[in-house]
Write a protein that binds this ligand. Structure first.
Ligand SMILES: NC(=O)c1ccc[n+]([C@@H]2O[C@H](COP(=O)([O-])OP(=O)(O)OC[C@H]3O[C@@H](n4cnc5c(N)ncnc54)[C@H](O)[C@@H]3O)[C@@H](O)[C@H]2O)c1
Length: 470
């Protein structure tokens, strides 16, 4: 396949080499002409073990072009790995100043516009797929990058070009290996089914020529979310392990390598997809109180940053968010919490997030009805329309007799809409608004509106509730 690679830095160059190693013809372009001249002279600048040999093998299939247009004109796939810089002192080597900021999207936006303008100027029938590798925050592609491309191309995506948001999960020093043997390929596509079908086919063809790893297809915004969630999750793991280390340092007869080493043996629960579905807060007779106890221990030991406290307060805030959602939809209707147990299959309510939710609602002046198929099956349902919230993921709630006029809020996304009677409003928590547009401009208009609607909303929870559960 003929492939253009735009941005030949620490990530781009080794990946371009990897593509050429697999037999593809790669045309590279970088605004840094010196860098490209160095590659021509076999100066392999990115420090990657083995890259010099790999480049020697791949070089016959690589060229370095004088312009974006030259690279794009003869290619059907275009990778883009240009920088998305962060604000000064926001690289993690200085203390965080408490002011979150977006990346500077200027370089990637301008580069994509240049690619789109090049496509506009090329008179052929080739459908070009542009793979955006650079890291951006969720909604950037639909809100900022696609509109810039549409303007420069003079046409919507779908006929002559399409975009895949395709970030790599790659570690420096193993770029080629990680690129050619990833856990999975992340591919974000247009929300338009027609455009998506085209770019999905293209991505399957391209990645099928590199390896047999699964391709995970989704929307641009979902892929942006996966990329940043993946990285922040790794950050959380490191934070956790480092906090254990700091705590162990203050405790007698306690070595953090012994503690973390034992945790690492827990490959079923700790290092697995388990506990990775959005839903209610973590709960049960152990977790909540263990976290609070660890927080107590950590503070007594005088550690600098108490991650356990973050988990505690995060749990409260996430539950308060669900309480806010219920109150927003209640409109004077009674509120029913379906489920009291901390998880299905038990009658345990200790540390149950369902009860935490009930207490937060009470503190806000809403008295919910509590039902549970095991603990309180006799709770009478309201005679008229109500707001139902599935607080425990009991399978039996899939068959609950909801009626027209009811609202069902479901943090587990477990109900099937075809089985709900007409007139029931169903709110699957965690599923964002849908953009119904066929192609670009209405897509971006809708997305811009959705984006306004999705401005970060801080929970109104202020943290004072003491009501005991009855
Ligand atoms: N380095 C990694 O391991 C890694 C991993 C995942 C994602 N990323 C993301 O990939 C992107 C690139 O990262 P990097 O580490 O390779 O950066 P880098 O600074 O090493 O390389 C970027 C290259 O792009 C070139 N460039 C800038 N503007 C250009 C333009 N308009 N046209 C052509 N070339 C242009 C620069 O000259 C530079 O050589 C960033 O968004 C980064 O967050 C990097």
């Amino acid at each position: 396949m003929d492939i253009a690679f735009i941005g030949l830095g620490k990530l781009g160059f080794p990946c371009a080499v990897a593509l050429a190693m697999r037999g593809h013809r790669v045309r590279g372009y970088d605004t840094n002409a010196e860098l490209m001249a160095g590659y021509e002279r076999d100066e392999v600048t990115p420090f990657e073990p083995g890259l010099e040999d790999q480049y020697r093998n791949a070089k016959p299939r690589m060229t370095f072009e004088p312009s974006v247009r030259d690279a794009v004109a003869q290619s059907e796939a275009v990778f883009v790995a240009v920088p998305t810089p962060h604000a000064p002192r926001h690289d993690g080597s200085f203390p965080y100043d408490g002011q979150p900021r977006d990346f500077d999207n200027g370089p990637i936006r301008d580069c994509l516009a240049e690619i789109a303008a090049a496509i506009r100027s090329i008179d052929d029938d080739v459908f070009r797929t542009i793979y955006i590798v650079s890291t951006v925050t969720p909604t950037t592609t639909v809100r900022e990058l696609i509109p810039a491309m549409v303007e420069a191309a003079g046409e919507e995506p779908g006929l002559r070009w399409g975009v895949v948001y395709n970030p790599f999960f790659i570690g420096q020093s193993t770029v080629v290996r990680d690129f050619l043997s990833p856990e999975f390929v992340l591919a974000g596509h247009s929300p338009s089914p027609i455009v998506r079908a085209r770019t999905e086919r293209a991505a399957q063809e391209l990645y099928g020529s590199l390896h047999d790893r699964p391709i995970r297809s989704m929307t641009w915004t979902e892929a942006e979310c996966v990329k940043l969630s993946y990285n922040t999750y790794l950050g959380l793991k490191v934070l956790f392990a480092n906090t254990v280390m700091e705590l162990c340092h203050a405790l007698p007869d306690c070595n953090c390598d012994t503690v973390n080493g034992a945790l690492k043996l827990a490959t079923d629960r700790l290092v697995s997809p388990k506990y990775m579905d959005g839903g209610m807060a973590d709960g049960g007779p152990c977790h909540g109180r263990d976290q609070m106890a660890m927080s107590f221990a950590a503070r007594n030991a005088g550690i600098g940053f108490d991650v356990f406290d973050v988990i505690n307060t995060g749990r409260d805030h996430q539950t308060a968010y669900l309480a806010d959602l219920i109150r927003e939809h209640a409109a004077d209707r009674p509120v029913v919490l379906l489920g009291m147990a901390f998880k299905p299959g038990t009658n345990q309510t200790q540390g149950s997030p369902a009860l935490l939710l009930a207490n937060i609602l009470r503190a806000a002046g809403v008295e919910p009805l509590l039902h549970d198929p095991v603990i309180r099956p006799e709770t009478p349902m309201p005679p008229g329309p109500a707001v139902y919230f599935i607080s425990t993921r009991w399978e039996s709630y899939a068959d609950h007799p909801f009626r027209a006029g009811d609202t069902v809020i479901d943090p587990w996304r477990m109900l099937s809409t075809d089985r709900l009677p007409d007139g029931v409003e169903y709110i699957p928590v965690g599923v964002g608004p849908t953009s119904n547009s066929a192609l670009g401009s209405s897509l971006t208009r809708n997305a811009a509106k959705e984006n306004e609607a999705c401005e970060p909303k801080l929970s109104r929870f202020t943290g004072s509730y003491t009501a005991a559960i009855s």
